[in-house]
Design a protein around this ligand. Structure first.
Ligand code: FE2
Length: 168
């Protein structure tokens, strides 16, 4: 199971970088959102959840960690900062941000499902429990964002037609 363990640690590390990226993305969005309070509040709640998820992943990593893999995670985070800024400052940033968030949550769901299966194979039961909890949070956020697509688009269109600030 040595190869499986190596893959597992790489995937935990990737998931940690992904959650750090999620916090950066969502914080950026929250800072600019003005006219979509439902979305803003739910994003704030999910930032808190995501910070806990990142901490949990970090603890799992620290249980196994080597120096060289921490370095890789740092590089992942630097890339995340750049990506987080793209898509903002456009005339329909709320719509772009909503679509990006919806996509991102589904990437997180996929990552946790892979981690759960791998943790099961390795008998990492405590880690598996952590991943199952995070998966439920990601699924709930993905469901919320899915439900927001039409109402937010409707609100955006209505605000634009009324010459109100629609983009954020
Ligand atoms: Fe998430």
């Amino acid at each position: 199971m040595e190869k499986t363990r190596e893959n597992y640690l790489a995937w935990v590390r990737d998931a940690h970088a992904m959650e750090e990226q999620a916090v950066t993305m969502m914080t950026g969005m929250i800072g600019r959102l003005e006219n979509y309070p439902t979305l803003r509040e739910r994003l704030q709640q999910h930032v808190a959840e995501t910070e806990q998820q990142a901490d949990a992943l970090k603890s799992i990593l620290e249980g196994h960690e080597t120096e060289n893999s921490m370095l890789k995670d740092t590089i992942g985070m630097a890339m995340a900062k750049g990506q987080a800024l793209s898509g903002l400052f456009v005339s329909d940033e709320i719509i772009k941000g909503l679509m990006a968030s919806y996509t991102f949550e589904h990437m997180e769901i996929a990552a946790y499902r892979v981690l759960i299966k791998t943790a099961q194979k390795l008998g990492e039961t405590e880690a598996e429990r952590v991943f199952v909890k995070s998966l439920a949070q990601e699924q709930a956020m993905a469901d919320f964002l899915a439900d927001q697509l039409e109402p937010t688009t409707g609100a955006f269109i209505a605000r634009e037609e009324a010459d109100l600030t629609a983009k954020r």
